[in-house]
Ligand binder design. Structure first.
Ligand code: S3P
Length: 175
């Protein structure tokens, strides 16, 4: 089976945008765990958190990861908290190459600080909240096969960097 290319990383690191570009560039279909959850449950992520809480959302996220990972040859964009359950990364890596997109807390604040759709960022001091969550998750993000820093890079540069990382790995032959 062809491997998936999986993008992980904190909110606002550009996973969805870059996944769409990779999908075009590599001519591979793209799926997004958050989008799939919203479709399957016919509710926005924000409403799922408000109505059922984070634990239920994480359960949905894990079953979505299982479902999407089982299909090969896709670009999979994930929600920023997918790394919170150790098992999710294991599942994604079984059949995929996992790339983590990174950005500083200041860049993240600039990109998504004004956005109210992310339940975990609803805080008076958003920069502090971003820093706190980044620190909690740093270790988990480092389980990716590759990391790409996105601050001060154009989208095209990021895509090119990912493609050359993928080409440089022997796993390229599985793509
Ligand atoms: C979350 C990130 C969000 C979404 C949910 C929880 C997180 O996805 O899954 O709000 O825990 O970091 P994005 O990374 O696409 O914003």
């Amino acid at each position: 089976m062809k491997k998936n290319i999986v993008l992980i990383g904190f909110m606002g690191t550009g996973k969805t945008t870059i996944a769409k570009m990779l999908s075009k560039f590599l001519n591979m279909p793209m799926v997004d765990t958050d989008e799939q959850i919203e479709l399957d449950f016919d509710m926005s992520i924000k409403d799922i958190f408000a109505k059922y809480g984070e634990k239920t959302f994480r359960d949905m996220e894990t079953s979505t990861v299982e479902k999407l990972s089982a299909v090969g040859g896709q670009i999979i964009s994930t929600g920023g908290g997918v790394v919170l359950r150790d098992g999710n990364i294991g599942i994604l890596k079984e059949n995929g190459i996992v790339v983590c997109l990174k950005a500083s807390s200041d860049t993240i604040l600039n990109r998504i600080g004004h956005n109210n759709d992310r339940p975990l960022l609803q805080s008076k001091d958003r920069l502090e909240r971003i820093k706190e969550l980044l620190a909690q998750r740093e270790q988990a993000y480092s389980r990716a096969d590759f990391s790409v820093i996105t601050d001060d890079k154009s989208k095209n540069e990021i895509v090119k960097e990912i493609v050359s990382l993928l080409e440089s790995t022997t796993a390229r032959s599985d793509l």
